[in-house]
Design a protein around this ligand. Sequence first.
Ligand code: FE2
Length: 286
Amino acid sequence: MIVLRDIYYVRLGTRDLDAAQRFATAVVGLQAVDKTADRLYLKSDARHHSVCYFLGDPAEQVIAFELKDWTALAPALEQLESAGVPCGPGSREEALDRHVESFVWFHDPTGNRIELVARPHDAGVRYFGSRDAGIQGFGHVGICSTDPVRDEKFWLTHFNAMVSDWIGPCPLLRVNPRHHQMALFATDHKGIQHINFQVAEIDDVMRSYYHMQKHGVKVVFGPGRHATSGGIFLYFEGHDGMIFEYSNSDRKIIESPEDHRPRQFPLDASSFCVWGATPDIAEFKE
Ligand SMILES: [Fe+2]
């Protein structure tokens, strides 16, 4: 069993680092902390960064989780290897690029590249957003899955992941007491389906809703409230077509994980929004 503590960062390929920076700072409200000729690091909380754009193919994306036990990288790699999962160790140079002490990578059954990191770097200076979006930290990701039932089994077999709820066949999974750190959505390709940042309160969600309208940013879902986590949300489309979400969905703490009963919701709009908002997001539709 590989025990994960939390989601940690995402890495996104892009052909245009400057445009990525403009959207990530002026719209999303992240803080650019470091930029080189081929890297842009963006901060949202105590982590050194939660998003790293690298110069490359936008289809190349990585999701990283922090291991609970920083000495458990080698056994994790052994377990994945013996299960026939494509995997390998990260080099010293690659670890430096990620601002972690060490890491391993693997591919989930859909083909998503996932990294497991040990001793990722916190920053000595606090997050100071480029606009007051109310961001409290990196929340979770939607992960594209070509078979959510198969991929759920993969996460439950090898990791401490637990199902918090399902929407249709799509599980919302947690590795800690907060409602979910990943949600698997049915698609015909790999990739990150959306990136969530937690905000403090409903006022932040609504302020951002008007901010997006004023700046011509395409809102693709919300404002609304999720039936599953109870979180109030807003989804909008950004650089390279990536969907970003603000919500306060992680506020739901699962007090007794062993006794928690995952609820099955149907795959329809009311499961995503109890207020009646209709998603303009392919993976959220029947
Ligand atoms: Fe989400």
